[in-house]
Design a protein around this ligand. Sequence first.
Ligand SMILES: NC(=O)c1ccc[n+]([C@@H]2O[C@H](COP(=O)([O-])OP(=O)(O)OC[C@H]3O[C@@H](n4cnc5c(N)ncnc54)[C@H](OP(=O)(O)O)[C@@H]3O)[C@@H](O)[C@H]2O)c1
Length: 289
Amino acid sequence: MPATIIDGKAVAARVRAEVARDVETFVAEGGTAPGLATILVGDDPASAIYVANKHKAATEVGIQTFDHRLPADTSQEEVAALLARCNQDPEVSGILLQLPVPPPLDGPALTALIDPAKDVDGLTPVSAGLLAHATPGLVPCTPSGVMELLRDAGTDLSGARAVVIGRSILVGKPVAALLLMADATVTVCHSRTRDLAGVCAQADVLIAAVGSPRLVTADFVKPGATVIDVGMNRIDEGLVGDVDFDAVAQVAGAITPVPGGVGPTTIAFLLRNTLTAAQTSRQDLRSAL
Ligand SMILES: NC(=O)c1ccc[n+]([C@@H]2O[C@H](COP(=O)([O-])OP(=O)(O)OC[C@H]3O[C@@H](n4cnc5c(N)ncnc54)[C@H](OP(=O)(O)O)[C@@H]3O)[C@@H](O)[C@H]2O)c1
């Protein structure tokens, strides 16, 4: 029987509506509208579209935006100075440095300068450390989206065997940490993994975050497994995931499409994180009074 399709657009729309409602309540209770500052260095057209989409989505839920655009030849010190100003600015609840930054800028070093309380991408070493310790903090957006999709699909994670393909700081590692927190038994695969298909075929839950078009074929998938495809690969045919959707959908129990799966949830959780950062800073302010 073909798999159930997990509808990322519907999940994202629900999360966005919840954030819009919660922003309204936050402001009605006397808070300043949460603020999202974005920093885009250089003129990469794809990055410019991503940033524009984030602004539009933020505005729709009542989050104010601060748009910083810097030329490609901006120095490391100048970007660092802007980050410092955003860190200090009480109107800015969340800071997003659009990655990748043009060389020779050092993206990870700049990201590490973001105040962890405003780290709405969840990519600073402090946020990663909090997640590793299972301590509340700002969690990376795409992994949060993956977990929301699994919840929406009704996947029972406790004791389930989960396999994550990919070990990046952006996706693979935080997804693995979140699955562990949900009591799954987690295996993380990468480019050196032996018998990748054999390891994946044991998974009740398979997460593909690789960046390799249709790497995951039907023989990777245990019948009835839940498959989440994080991959976004542009090929001649258009946008495809890391999963061979048509073949895998004949074997899996549930599967996300590309597009329309994980992608839409990422921005929804950026909005959620921006509101969480504003709420936390207000609580900190209250406790300091
Ligand atoms: N939907 C969204 O919103 C969203 C957000 C972020 C990323 N993405 C997409 O998700 C994908 C992964 O992104 P990323 O940033 O995590 O990529 P990344 O930093 O390039 O990491 C890719 C990971 O895949 C592993 N890998 C590469 N080839 C492999 C193979 N043949 N077999 C097994 N593992 C292999 C790599 O292993 P090594 O560590 O050994 O090199 C690495 O750990 C990309 O397609 C990206 O566009 C989507």
